[in-house]
Design a protein around this ligand. Structure first.
Ligand code: 48F
Length: 264
């Protein structure tokens, strides 16, 4: 039990993290934000054989799942999303026309699904800008959460064939492009979310999953924030289905790279 030194622990962490970090530098799809939509997208895309990296600025992945309504750790989903809960092994109970599940069970299950499918999740990593070359998204500029904002510390760059903005209400990547006037025609100004209309908002985040710019997709609440959909409060079926939808759509145009043809 005592046959190790404290520095063995530090060395083990450094070596394992370095290997994970180097692997994450080049991927097929980089997902920014580990909320419900980003985690489902990561799980589904990794399962399809693509190399997936998720950057999360907070310590804990899960986004808005943990807090539920007023911090009560139960989530509500509609019957259309039960298939995703079942696949993730999340138990649920009927409640009138809706269903509830334990928020912690959902957040943990989605993280585990994404990780076991092969996605690399890096926490405390905040996306601050995008890389664009020849009119296409080529990567994400990121810094350690809090460092980049408070000290003159340069960021690091993750390259990817596509990126998904799953940053929720902030729509961080869409805003990076919009500031430079780079978004497609009709999206010259991001409208932000509309007032609350939960049923309409839930449908909107699924129906309006889109490639906003070549190689940049949006999912979850960032769909509403970038295209003016209504906010919807603490109901999560739309977020889960939006993550599944963005995975389907982006995987269709990003066929699995042949071994050897991947970026070095
Ligand atoms: O907010 P979040 O859970 O987004 P979502 O997947 O789901 C929305 C719901 O939680 C909830 C709802 C609608 O009323 O039902 O709002 O669309 O997760 C977004 C994640 O992105 C992270 C943030 O910490 C959160 O975990 N994030 C935000 N900005 C950045 C970021 C950034 N610049 N870099 C990295 N992560």
């Amino acid at each position: 039990m005592n046959s190790f030194e404290e520095t063995d622990v530090s060395q083990a962490i450094l070596e394992a993290y370095q290997a994970k970090f180097v692997e994450a530098l080049r991927s097929d799809v980089i997902i920014v934000g580990a909320g419900p939509s980003g985690l489902v997208a990561a799980w589904r895309l990794a399962e399809s054989g693509l190399r997936i990296v998720v950057l999360e600025k907070r310590l804990s992945p899960g986004g808005g799942i943990w807090g539920g309504s007023l911090g009560m750790n139960e989530v509500v989903v509609q019957k259309e999303a039960l298939g995703i809960l079942d696949e993730a092994g999340v138990r649920h109970q009927p409640s009138g026309r809706l269903f509830t599940a334990d928020a912690m069970e959902l957040a943990s299950a989605l993280c585990l699904k994404a990780l076991h499918a092969g996605a690399v999740l890096l926490n405390l990593m905040m996306a601050e800008d995008v890389c664009v070359r020849s009119g296409r998204m080529t990567g994400i500029v990121a810094n350690r959460s809090m460092l980049g904002e408070s000290l003159p510390i340069d960021p690091i760059v993750f390259s990817a064939r596509a990126a998904i903005d799953a940053t929720g209400h902030e729509a961080v990547l869409a805003n990076c492009l919009q500031r430079r006037g780079l978004l497609k025609e009709g999206l010259g100004r991001l409208p932000g979310e509309g007032p609350m209309d939960a049923p309409a908002g839930e449908q909107f985040v699924v129906d309006h999953v889109a490639e906003l710019f070549p190689g940049l997709w949006t999912t979850g609440m960032s769909v509403c924030a970038s295209q003016g959909g209504p906010r919807m409060g603490p109901i999560f079926g739309g977020m889960l289905m939006s993550g599944a939808r963005v995975a389907e759509q982006s995987a269709r145009v990003l066929p699995k790279a042949e071994e050897g043809s991947r970026p070095d």
